[in-house]
Ligand binder design. Structure first.
Ligand SMILES: [Zn+2]
Length: 488
């Protein structure tokens, strides 16, 4: 029985969306959807290529469009699989059940997979319909976008012929994206010698929490407090006032999240036990003045039993650790010169973890839409920790996509949208990763843009797509296909 969403307009797109809802496609388990797309291409007599796990389907130009430049449409075939706790659903075999809820389409108890099933279904509808006018087309379905950008990373060199790319993975009608940030992780290891607890020392647990945290890309410009850095600052202030032995320091969690909580165990002379509370209150008052946007911020000092710790971190390592955490850059390092309001470069001091093997692991991550600035901030963070005697290593990272405000494909989409809907779309960029950045590595001449219908609640069971924007997305796509004729 056909699903009710197949009654919606545009019928072709909704038909294929209903079809792929039946095909399992969790990230890293794309076998079934890959096979499905390959047999779709072949059954329509289209050139179909398995490009290192990505599926590339080519369609020749329709009559009169033979001289238009080739256009690459692209979407990812995998989806995030999240469900409500009370829902019995096996994403590796059960179908997604979409339904209409007012102006939106949702799924019963699970993610909908409109991210990026909308892009996948749109490309299939274009490929299947011979009445659509278009130049030479390449449709690329990538795998594992959601958990590693793996398909884009694995894309072979020299296979794509198009110079123009429209990525169909954006989430807001009327907002086009022409740039993203690249990223890299910098991981730091301190090794310490455990020392006996000095005589006459009393231990306190100092906890800084109640901060908002947030995403290290999209929230980095909101001037939120970083629990790790603020706590290090307090321990540093304390050390200026009295001898401090550090027994533990932990804080933060995910590398792409701003640290919300951190705690340290410090030993101080018993005679100073009142002074630590006074200093903590003064410090908290300072922070409240600096962060009016963090009303939940708390700094608590709890006395621990005398032998709370059997050893402490050697004083040289402890001082180096605290100094490096204070000195480590965190937050926005530069704004874009091309797009107003866009963060160009940032770094996140993400977490500190003390391990049982006498090491302390500090995790940081850097982002920039400009490759050389990503290198710069990565090396800046590394330099701080190397000065402090720590070992530093970097992940492979992923490249960014520097916004090109002179993009020809951007002009086509903006003109098309304005003409069709009588409204000027916005053109921006995001301070997070997208597949487009990776395509540029092997295809540096690509002129790219990203668009899509309006999605909300993405990556959660609340995911939904706004029906009327799907029709606009489709009309835009058809019009852009025709307008490609005007490009060289
Ligand atoms: Zn997506």
């Amino acid at each position: 029985m056909a699903n009710e969403i197949e009654q919606l307009q545009p019928q072709g797109l909704w038909h294929y969306f209903a079809e792929i809802c039946k095909v399992p496609r969790p990230s890293k388990h794309e076998e079934k959807i890959r096979e499905y797309l390959i047999s779709f291409g072949k059954s329509h007599n289209l050139e179909t290529i398995n490009a290192n796990g990505n599926v590339l389907i080519r369609k020749a130009a329709s009559k009169g469009y033979e001289d238009a430049p080739s256009l690459l449409l692209q979407a990812h075939m995998d989806m995030v699989c999240e469900k409500n706790a009370d829902v019995d659903h096996d994403f590796t075999k059960d179908p997604i059940v979409p339904y209409i809820d007012g102006d939106w389409v949702k799924a019963k108890g699970t993610t909908l997979g409109a991210d990026d099933g909308m892009g996948v279904a749109a490309m299939m509808a274009v490929l299947a319909d011979d009445s659509i006018e278009h130049g030479p087309l390449e449709c690329l379905f990538t795998f594992d976008e959601e958990t590693g950008l793996s398909g884009a990373k694995e894309m072979p060199e020299g296979i794509l012929v198009s110079k123009y790319l429209v990525n169909l993975d954006s989430e807001d009608d009327g907002e086009f994206c022409i740039g993203c940030a690249g990223g890299v992780d910098t991981t730091v290891t301190f090794t310490f010698q455990p020392q006996p607890v000095p005589a006459g020392v009393m231990f306190f647990k100092v906890t800084l929490n109640g901060l908002q945290g947030g995403h290290s890309g999209s929230d980095i410009d909101k001037n939120r407090g970083n629990a790790v850095q603020l706590l290090a600052r307090f321990v540093n202030t304390l050390s200026a006032a009295m001898p401090v032995s550090l027994a533990a320091f932990n804080g933060g969690n995910l590398r792409n999240a701003i640290a919300r909580e951190a705690s340290a165990v410090v030993g101080i002379p018993v005679a100073k036990k009142e002074q630590i509370r006074v200093l903590a209150n003064l410090f908290l008052a300072d922070l409240q003045g600096e962060y009016p946007n963090e009303p939940g911020l708390k700094l608590s000092v709890d006395s621990l039993v005398e032998d709370a710790s059997s050893s402490v971190i050697d004083s040289v390592t402890a001082q180096n650790l605290v100094a490096a955490l204070v000195a480590c850059p965190h937050g926005v390092m530069g704004m874009s010169q091309d797009l107003a309001g866009l963060v160009e470069t940032s770094t996140n001091l993400a977490s500190v973890k003390m391990n049982a093997d006498n090491t302390i692991l500090v995790t940081t991550s850097q982002r920039s839409s400009v490759a050389s600035r990503k290198e710069e901030v990565k090396n800046k963070v590394a330099a701080v920790f190397r000065l402090a005697g720590a070992a530093v290593s970097h992940g492979d990272g992923y490249p960014g996509w520097k916004p090109n405000v002179k993009s020809a494909i951007k002009d086509i989409l903006v003109e098309s949208y304005s003409t069709l809907f009588g409204q000027t779309p916005t053109v921006g960029a995001i301070h997070a990763g997208l597949e487009c950045g990776l395509f540029l590595e092997k295809y540096p001449d690509l002129d790219m843009i990203s668009c899509g219908p309006t999605l909300r609640g993405v990556h959660s069971p609340a995911e939904k797509v706004e029906i009327k924007t799907v029709e606009k997305f489709w009309l835009l796509l058809l019009d852009v296909l025709k307008r490609m004729k005007s490009l060289k």
